[in-house]
Ligand binder design. Structure first.
Ligand code: GCW
Length: 696
């Protein structure tokens, strides 16, 4: 049927309806509200009139792409954008035609394959083309997942109100596996577990589909369903049914399911006397377990393992190496195409007295010993997701082992569900860092430096049971930016903030300007009021929210703020120079020498590598102590300014989310000031200098 003669109702001037959709954050950035700018709306209505996704009946992924285009385009255009059938006698002007060469006669007929074949099954081409003299928009890929990603990319273009003129977008992901790791309730600040395991598999909460759509919209293609501190139940038959239900739901969206496995599962689940990797019964148990999983979930991704870390069992319990442990699981998974993500977050005190040197000492000697289907998963920095860390020296030092980067989206150390801290600048800093080995950290992670066959980036998810998914509405931006950077780490933090803002809060230029300004410096502010000048790990024990710089944890010096900051009457910071613990020696000399030299070391990492005298002259002309005070104050002042910016949006954005964020910002400001005050008065007891009255 041809609807092109039906005039569209003009909805551009309607007043807000009392029945307008409730803005509670549930829809994330997939809101698809009608385009407000009349000129843009007219342009889009002219360019987009129908959707054509052939053969969607036989492909759940193409059906998902079609459904998203139908819902999204109809919502954005404020009028029904109908499907058209390939059997229709004429191709319709303004059809959005999506498919692969196999699924779509039009894609085949246009012969565009040379333009997208090299982009691979996850990449896509979006192009304005002409067919039978009619302008159409093509979304094409060699893979169905690519068609889905392309559909979301076109929607994003409209949601952000960019012109469709000369439309030609060719993209492919720079990293192969882009995953979220769910730690369940651990370090989740947005209510309880995002998965309702008790209800599964009988009841499938419709929100799981929203999750899958959101992930696919930013290119994520893997999800680890359970915590790295893995409970045994996740490998039991009853849970496999639940996990299968989730995997079935995610499959159309191109998301593969992974599980965290506990190394002692052969004992705890299997009833064997040992979990020793060399024991034939242990090997047999893993093989049978993996076969069982794959019979339920044929595209199961594999296991994430936290071994010999923070009390979790591992191969070292049997005097075997991390490589022997990882290969045990890898060999069970290999016949099915599954992989092992073996975490390098280890800090066995026997490896070194400096906690930060331990993972490197344990893992670099194993380079080359891991099986082909093992990836070693490395946190961005050598400590533990602090607001600022230098990059982890493992990046670049294991050329024969695929290394994944693990980032923390959930804000364990960066304000949890309260504070507005946009983390993309932090991740960019890590990715863009020059290793000194002739490539950046991103070059290691995306495989270009060492030619890794498999490339992986993982983010510890911030999704919970909260209606808005992440507690603080702005934390959605971190989920969003993580996915987008996993797809393409060359995107800028600023561009992603703007994209997310337009999709989440609207295209009103006042809103965009205020919100992106707030977000842009929020991470640096967090560093300032928590851990400026290379400090870190000053947080309180257990909950990790507020400060407790004076804490010394009995029996655990490497969990103690005092171990990390080493304040004394001379100064502040941990000497990791070549005269101290020599962490600098783990970096390539080009970078290590810079960190080693207190005069060359970036000031924002000074206390990470040096014990800095209180009276050291800083670049600003202030003494180190004065600088410390200045930055702590500057951080809090930034939060005060964010509050004012937010208040200026009152009445411009929806009342519900406005009030929720305003309340969070009030607490944010108070807590930032408290962090500053506690830390400065604590350090003052060592510096014995007055806290200058600075107003940054
Ligand atoms: O950041 C720390 C957290 C732990 C976490 C650990 C890890 C899941 O405080 O809760 O354990 O890292 O990464 O394994």
């Amino acid at each position: 049927m041809n609807y092109s003669h039906v005039p569209s109702p003009d909805r551009s001037h309607r007043s807000p309806s009392p029945f307008a959709p409730i803005e509670d954050g549930f829809e994330l950035w997939l809101r698809y509200r009608p385009i407000a700018d009349p000129a843009r709306l007219a342009e889009y209505r002219g360019a987009v009139t129908a959707i054509m996704v052939e053969n969607r009946g036989s492909s759940p992924t193409l059906a998902a792409a079609h459904e998203e285009l139908a819902v999204g385009l109809s919502g954005l255009l404020g009028e029904d954008v109908p499907p058209v059938d390939v059997r229709a006698p004429v191709h319709r002007a303004g059809a959005v035609i999506a498919g692969t060469p196999e699924s779509s006669t039009v894609v085949r007929r246009l012969g565009l394959e040379k333009k997208f074949a090299a982009l691979g099954p996850g990449g896509f081409l979006i192009a304005a083309e002409t067919i039978d003299d009619r302008p159409v928009i093509i979304i094409a890929s060699t893979g169905e997942a690519g068609v889905l990603y392309g559909s979301f990319a076109l929607l994003r273009r409209l949601q952000t109100e960019r012109s469709l003129d000369g439309l030609q977008i060719a993209e492919k992901p720079r990293i192969g596996l882009r995953m979220l790791d769910h730690w369940e309730e651990t370090r989740c600040y947005a209510g309880g577990n995002v998965w309702n395991w008790n209800e599964l598999p009988g009841t499938i909460d419709p929100k799981y589909k929203v999750y899958a759509r959101a992930c696919a919209s930013i290119g994520l293609n893997g999800a680890v369903l359970n915590n790295v501190n893995a409970e045994k139940k996740y490998l039991t038959p009853a849970y496999l049914l639940k996990e299968k239900a989730v995997a079935d739901l995610f499959r159309p969206y191109g998301i593969r399911v992974f599980l965290s496995a506990n190394f002692s599962a052969p004992i705890t689940v299997g009833g064997l006397p040992t979990a020793d990797p060399t024991d034939p019964a242990v090997r047999g148990w893993w093989k049978a377990k993996v076969d069982e999983i794959f019979s339920a979930i044929p595209d199961f991704g594999g296991f994430v393992v936290k071994a010999n870390s923070e009390g979790e069992p591992g191969p070292k319990d049997f005097r075997r190496s991390h490589a022997e442990g990882a290969n045990l699981l890898a060999r069970a998974l290999a016949p099915h195409g599954g992989i092992v993500l073996w975490r390098a977050f280890v800090y066995d005190p026997e490896a070194d007295s400096d906690r930060l040197k331990r993972a490197y000492n344990e893992f670099t000697p194993l380079d080359g010993e891991f099986d082909e289907n093992v990836t070693v998963q490395v946190k961005n920095g050598p400590l533990d997701f602090q607001p600022r860390e230098p990059f982890n020296p493992l990046f670049g030092k294991m050329p024969r082992t695929s290394l994944a980067m693990e980032l923390q989206i959930t804000q364990e150390y960066t304000g949890q569900d309260v504070q507005l801290v946009y983390l993309a600048p932090m991740w960019k800093e890590a990715l863009d860092a020059d290793t000194g080995g002739g490539f950046s950290v991103a070059g290691v992670v995306d495989g270009s430096a060492h030619g890794y066959k498999r490339t992986v980036v993982a983010g510890v998810a911030n999704t919970g049971s909260a209606r808005n998914w992440t507690g603080q509405d702005f934390a959605q931006a971190n989920w969003y930016a993580f996915g987008r950077l996993a797809w393409d780490h060359t995107l800028s933090a600023e561009a992603l903030a703007e994209e997310w803002t337009r999709m989440t809060w609207g295209n009103d230029e006042r809103v965009v300007a205020a919100i992106t300004a707030m977000m842009s410096g929020s991470r640096e502010a967090c560093v300032d009021y928590m851990d400026p000048l290379g400090l870190g790990h000053l947080m309180a024990r257990d909950h990790h929210y507020g400060p407790e710089p004076g804490d010394t944890v009995p029996g655990h010096e490497d969990w103690s703020p005092t171990y990390f900051h080493r304040a004394d009457e001379k100064g502040l910071g941990y000497d990791r120079s070549s005269r101290g613990s020599n962490l600098v020696g783990q970096y390539f000399p080009k970078v290590g020498n810079v960190f080693d030299d207190i005069d060359a070391c970036p000031e924002n990492l000074l206390c990470w590598f040096h014990h800095v005298p209180w009276d050291r002259k800083m670049k600003s002309g202030r003494t180190f102590w004065e600088e410390l005070c200045f930055l702590y104050h500057r951080g809090v002042a930034y939060v005060t300014a964010m509050r004012a910016q937010w208040d200026s949006l009152k009445g411009v954005i929806d009342a519900g989310r406005f009030a929720a964020v305003a309340a969070k910002l009030r607490r944010h400001e108070a807590d930032a000031a408290a962090y500053r005050n506690v830390c400065l008065s604590y350090f003052q007891a060592f510096s014995r200098r007055p806290i200058p009255v600075t107003s940054p």
